[in-house]
Design a protein around this ligand. Structure first.
Ligand code: 13P
Length: 348
């Protein structure tokens, strides 16, 4: 493990005004997204769409890295460059999602654990050799009647910690993502309580399994009222609670903190990040690692006219600029689009 390199990469991933694009949707999730805009979902259309995003001019001004799915990791741009090489040569870190999805946690109805530890050291070694600088592993915590259980939280904390240490052994920065789902009718107080518990278990496990904190990144949800609770999002309350739970329950040694958008509208995801950033200083760089909030309007624009590369890339650049400004607490919220986009599928 090269601690200096890991720490440096983690810091650059959350450098001021920059954040990450999550472009690691599984084939199944891509299928749902493409269906929603009426584009056939094939290996080639996925490549075509992602090629536009990744080659957007000046994306590096606000994009420090991109999380790729295994299929995309090996694909090429229109000019025949491997995406991963193209990104690296443009000052953007290529990352790779490495969990193998969710399975039921036996004995615990409605709870899931993510799988993929078997064979992971060999897979990570190969990704490292091929240029991956960071990785992502997503676990899911669902809030509902009697859940999450301590068993579910600790099972997921354990796999996230094991994965993180395996990444660091091959000098890949692990992004650990315990996503507390937005789905449900829970209160914002409940969400904060569950996130506190989840972070406590996660950092205990990461310490136990010798994870080098400055060389790891937390990818987290924001503290939100459940999507079906009927409670509207109060941006200042979200920011206050999110900052409180992070400051009180996340290791201050960590390399950085990034947020997922989780099914919030693009505007909510940008405004909430802006308000969170304004509450700084924070012990770590804090920024975005969004899929839907960055991509939803862009995917629609692409579906409208796939030959209009400039329109698609200009819109994506605009989304990155909103997010980059928000990560510094410098977003002029009155400039956001009037359209409020949201895509529902949760399974990435
Ligand atoms: P969303 O921003 O759409 O939640 O996706 C981010 C992500 O990578 C979740 O794993």
């Amino acid at each position: 493990m090269n601690q200096t390199d890991l720490e440096k990469t983690a810091k650059e991933m959350v450098a001021s005004g920059k954040g990450l694009l999550a472009a690691d949707e599984s084939e199944k999730t891509c299928q749902k997204r493409f269906d929603s805009v009426g584009v056939e979902c094939t290996e080639e259309t996925r490549r075509e769409y992602r090629s536009l995003l990744l080659t957007t001019p000046d994306a590096k001004d606000h994009m420090s890295g991109v999380i790729l799915y295994d299929e995309t990791f090996w694909q090429k741009t229109e000019d025949g460059d491997d995406f991963r090489t193209y990104l690296a040569s443009h000052g953007i870190f290529p990352g790779i999602k490495v969990d193998k999805g969710l399975v039921d946690l036996p004995g615990f109805p409605n709870e899931k654990v993510s799988q993929g530890l078997d064979g992971l050291p060999e897979r990570m070694e190969n990704y490292s050799k091929e240029g991956a600088k960071f990785a992502k592993w997503r676990s899911v915590i669902t809030i509902g009647e009697g859940i999450p259980t301590d068993a579910c939280i600790s099972a997921n904390a354990y796999v996230l910690a094991r994965y993180a240490r395996i990444c660091q052994d091959v000098n890949i920065v692990p992004m650990v993502e315990p996503e507390v789902l937005f789905d449900g009718n829970h209160s914002i107080e409940k969400c904060e309580e569950v996130m506190a518990k989840t972070f406590d278990a996660l950092f205990k496990a990461m310490t136990l399994y010798n994870v080098f904190m400055p060389g790891a990144i937390l990818k987290t949800s924001m503290v939100l009222p459940g999507k079906d609770s009927g409670t509207p999002i109060d941006h200042d309350d979200v920011a206050q609670r999110t900052v409180r739970v992070l400051h009180d329950h996340v290791s201050s040694e960590l390399g950085g903190v990034v947020f997922l958008s989780g099914g919030q509208t693009s505007n909510d995801a940008f405004i909430n990040l802006n308000r969170i950033a304004k509450k700084g200083p924070h012990p770590w760089g804090v920024t975005f690692s969004y899929s839907r909030a960055l991509q939803d309007p862009v995917l629609k624009e692409w579906a409208k006219d796939r030959s209009n590369k400039d329109a698609v890339q200009n819109l994506f650049a605009k989304q990155l600029q909103f997010a980059g400004n928000a990560s510094k607490g410098e977003l002029d919220e009155s400039t956001l689009h009037n359209d409020n986009f949201v895509t529902k599928s949760q399974d990435l």
